[in-house]
Design a protein around this ligand. Structure first.
Ligand code: UDP
Length: 470
């Protein structure tokens, strides 16, 4: 038997199968890049035809093999041609959309027959049925949820039964028994995904996914040990399968030099100008899924206008939705962008000193890596838990002030103005900025080739798998 190190150079073949949404595809693409930096590693990535361009664009000049499987047609409720949750008319179609992916299984397995033998697979936690395929073909499956260990551990500790049938009302504080310093409310968990009745279709799907994940070989977690050691240790002590922290995956690609695109996009030129003037800028973005009412959009616009800070707001909403004449009135201080932007590039820009964010986990990690403190305004899924982690646990941000004081909810312009100013100019903002810069260094160290905890964690995973196969 050779030394552990020698196994690294043995050729391996990894299959990746991300879920069809931007926030799930992007980190898996970074994971592919991380794998491809290791000699002798081959990657096959499965997706659907409509998602193929995004995948190809992110893996240029690599040996990754990209395979697309047609998204099932004629699924009741899903409009023809929709192959990604960000294109769904409403997130209430999450269950039928996700259920429909199982119809891809026969084609997936037909393709596995003709591929070279697979060493292991990382597939999204939402694609529960891929475990069955892995078992049939005899290779280990790792589940990827795109969540951190904090959210995983807190959810597990509170327990699904407590959430479904506990005595508490929606806003009542629940003490998390394993972590008594953490208090959550029912509102922290998976909004707005609810079933019409207890234990309905969403519950069933979630349970199937959870069973599939826990019967898998491991979980791939986009986080790093030093960020949340208590929660990683808890998970690996109390839960299964083992969690492997391999992130922040946004640092996996080749290091970025200044501005990749020429000419620089208009918004980067605008940021350059602000930097030259010695001004700082707030970055505002709510991810690819958030559905924001027009009433709420107007409050955001008013809050930004009244706060008098410089801002760059990336939104899919039309000009008319932000209020009459808003963009004209603020044009010296604020820019509204309706394109797909390179968010990492924006966050890394020296002018950016704060991020008003929906707390999607990718955005949070990108902000941490860039050393930018966060004004947390969670909306969907596990984002409220991410916001708690940001504010109470790792202390790299503060919370936006909601009208009713709850973890998520309607924000009036006054609440926004107050918290934006606190983040950009106040004492708590300054403390968060100091803390996030420390974590940004730790994140880079974790991803350090050969040395960092995340790099080594993936090394150990590969060794473990290749030793078993022999
Ligand atoms: N993103 C981007 N440009 C955009 C919008 C989003 O690059 O115009 C990226 C962002 O950097 C992040 C991902 O899309 O990597 C969004 O994931 P996140 O978990 O933050 O939120 P979600 O969109 O899943 O709610």
């Amino acid at each position: 038997m050779g030394s552990v190190a020698s196994h690294h150079h043995q050729s391996i073949h990894v299959v990746l199968f991300p879920y069809m949404s931007k926030g799930h595809i992007i980190p898996i693409l970074h994971f592919a890049q991380l794998l491809l930096r290791r000699p002798g590693t081959n990657v096959t990535l499965f997706t659907t035809p409509a998602n193929r361009p995004l995948v190809e664009k992110s893996l240029p000049n690599t040996t990754a093999c990209i395979v697309d499987i047609p998204f099932p047609e004629f699924v009741p409720e899903i409009p023809a041609g929709v192959e990604s949750t960000d294109k769904l008319p409403s997130m209430s179609l999450f269950v039928p959309f996700t259920r429909a992916t199982k119809l891809m299984q026969p084609e997936f397995e037909r393709l596995l027959e003709i591929l070279p033998p697979v060493s292991f697979m990382v597939s999204d936690g939402f694609l529960w049925w891929t475990l069955e395929s892995a078992t049939k073909f005899g290779f280990p499956r790792f589940a990827f949820y795109g969540m951190n260990n904090y959210a995983m551990a807190v959810s597990r500790s509170v327990g699904i039964n407590r959430l479904l049938s506990g005595p508490e009302s929606d806003d009542e504080l629940i003490t998390v028994s394993e972590f008594p310093w953490i208090k959550v409310t029912r509102k922290d968990f998976n909004p707005p995904f609810t079933d019409p009745e207890p234990k309905g279709p969403l519950f069933e799907l979630t349970m199937e996914q959870a069973v599939s994940a826990s019967n898998s070989y491991g979980m791939i977690v986009n986080s790093f040990y030093e960020l949340e050691p208590v929660f990683v240790d808890f998970w690996n002590r109390e839960a299964k399968p083992k969690a492997w922290c391999v992130g922040p995956l946004c640092l996996a690609g080749p290091p970025k030099t200044e501005s990749q695109t020429h000419p620089k996009p208009a918004w980067i030129q605008w940021l350059d100008k602000k930097l030259d003037q010695g001004s700082s800028v707030l970055y505002v973005a709510f991810g690819s899924q958030a559905e924001i009412s027009s009433e709420q959009l107007k409050e955001i616009a008013d809050g930004l206008e009244e706060s008098k800070v410089n801002f760059l707001w990336v939104t899919r909403n039309k000009e008319s939705e932000l209020g009459d004449g808003f963009e004209e009135r603020v044009k010296e201080r604020g820019i509204v962008v309706r394109d797909w932007v390179d968010q990492k590039e924006i966050l890394m820009h020296k002018s950016i000193q704060g991020f008003l964010s929906h707390c999607g986990w990718n955005s949070v990690l990108e902000s941490i890596c860039a050393g930018v403190p966060i004004l947390a305004w969670p909306m969907l899924a596990e984002q409220p838990l991410n916001a708690r982690m940001i504010v109470e646990e790792i202390k790299v941000g503060l919370r936006v002030e909601t009208c009713d004081g709850s973890v998520r909810g309607f924000v009036k312009w006054q609440g926004l103005q107050k918290t934006v100013k606190e983040l950009m100019e106040g004492e708590t903002g300054m403390e968060a900025r100091k803390k996030v810069k420390e974590l940004s260094e730790m994140a880079k160290n974790a991803m350090e080739e050969n040395e960092g905890s995340s790099w080594r964690s993936l090394d150990m995973l590969i060794s473990e798998i290749t030793c078993k196969v022999e």
